[in-house]
Design a protein around this ligand. Structure first.
Ligand SMILES: Nc1ncnc2c1ncn2[C@@H]1O[C@H](COP(=O)(O)OP(=O)(O)O)[C@@H](O)[C@H]1O
Ligand SMILES: [Mg+2]
Length: 303
């Protein structure tokens, strides 16, 4: 096995997803150690990142979610420190965090995204409502975990919803409702992995369905035809490539009632707890959690 030296698993951090990150990190440390790798937890909230070198770390496995973790800032710091790290670099991380700019890139390449409009103070809210129809989804471009995601069902309410969300991060976007099912597809080192069907018991895949309820159903293999499975994997690879994502990412999809697939968003630092989606999908191909962690570690790089 390649010698990775002393490996810091970057976990915890400053974002609201700190707890999820600590869960993922603990699972990764144990997995790497089980493979004989000298891996240790490293929480930048407790120890400043610039201590990595002084403490003898040679490689970083990044599993910090959210702000200062998957948005390009930690990646930039690691570049300056010259410590090889796993996953996407500065630009792909930053673009992946911004749903609006991500959509612009995908659209420019002809990839399918749900029709959308950016809402501003002076938008013609009635025109947007007529254009996208009801129900529609309204969301901030730079949050996550379904924070600020609203399904608007009644006519004439769009401006009020915009006003309640405009303090959140990023542009506020209104999106056509795509109602035929939700899927997610990992990309690992440029290759599409088995899609997962997500069936929330709530009206949509909201914060509760993601983190607190235990009745969300995940199906892998998903319920797609062979042709759609192949299409979804190839769209995932192209969507990740489009923003320059590296290592592991996870591309989320919606299917409409006619069966057409749409890109919903990309996650450049997906969760890695033992029950997270990426490990579930990898397991379908015979890749164990520990082997998956080693595969990811192999991609650590700077520059
Ligand atoms: N256009 C849409 N049509 C149908 N459902 C949507 C749409 N946009 C968002 N949703 C629902 O809201 C959830 C959260 O939205 P998403 O854009 O993925 O934000 P987040 O980054 O917070 O996960 C999705 O998983 C899906 O269930
Ligand atoms: Mg999402």
């Amino acid at each position: 096995m390649q010698d990775f030296g002393k490996v810091a698993v970057l976990m915890g951090g400053f974002s609201s997803e700190r707890e999820v990150s600590l869960d993922s990190g603990a699972a990764i440390v144990a997995a790497l150690q089980s493979k004989g790798i000298d891996a240790h937890p490293f929480d930048p909230k407790e120890t400043p990142l610039h201590e990595l070198k002084a403490r003898g770390f040679q490689t970083a496995f990044n599993i910090l979610h959210g702000t200062y973790g998957e948005d390009g800032t930690v990646q930039g710091a690691l570049e300056l420190l010259g410590i090889p790290y796993t996953g996407s670099g500065v630009m792909a991380s930053a673009v992946g965090m911004d749903k609006y700019r991500c959509k612009l890139i995908w659209q420019a390449l002809g990839l399918p995204v749900p029709e959308f409009a950016v809402l501003r103070e002076d938008s013609d809210f009635d025109a947007v409502e007529r254009g996208l129809g009801l129900p529609m989804f309204v969301k901030p471009a730079a949050e996550g975990s379904s924070v600020g995601v609203v399904k608007v069902k009644e006519a004439g309410r769009l401006k009020e919803v915009y006003n309640s969300l405009k303090h959140l991060h990023g542009e506020i976007i209104a999106e056509r409702f795509i109602g035929g099912g939700e899927y997610s597809c990992p990309v690992i080192n440029g290759e599409g992995y088995p899609a997962i069907r997500i069936i929330p018991a709530t009206e949509f895949y909201d914060y509760e369905a993601k983190y607190t309820r235990d009745d969300t159903v995940y199906r892998c293999p998903a319920d797609l035809s062979e042709a759609d499975e192949t299409l979804m994997r190839s769209l995932s690879v192209r969507a990740a490539q489009a923003i320059g994502a590296e290592g592991v990412s996870r591309v989320d999809f919606l299917k409409d009632t006619d069966g057409k697939l749409y890109l919903l968003e990309i996650n450049t630092l997906p969760g890695m707890t033992s029950h997270s989606l990426v490990p579930k999908s990898a397991a379908q191909t015979g890749l164990s959690f520990a082997d998956l962690c080693v595969e990811i570690l192999k991609t650590a790089h700077v520059g």
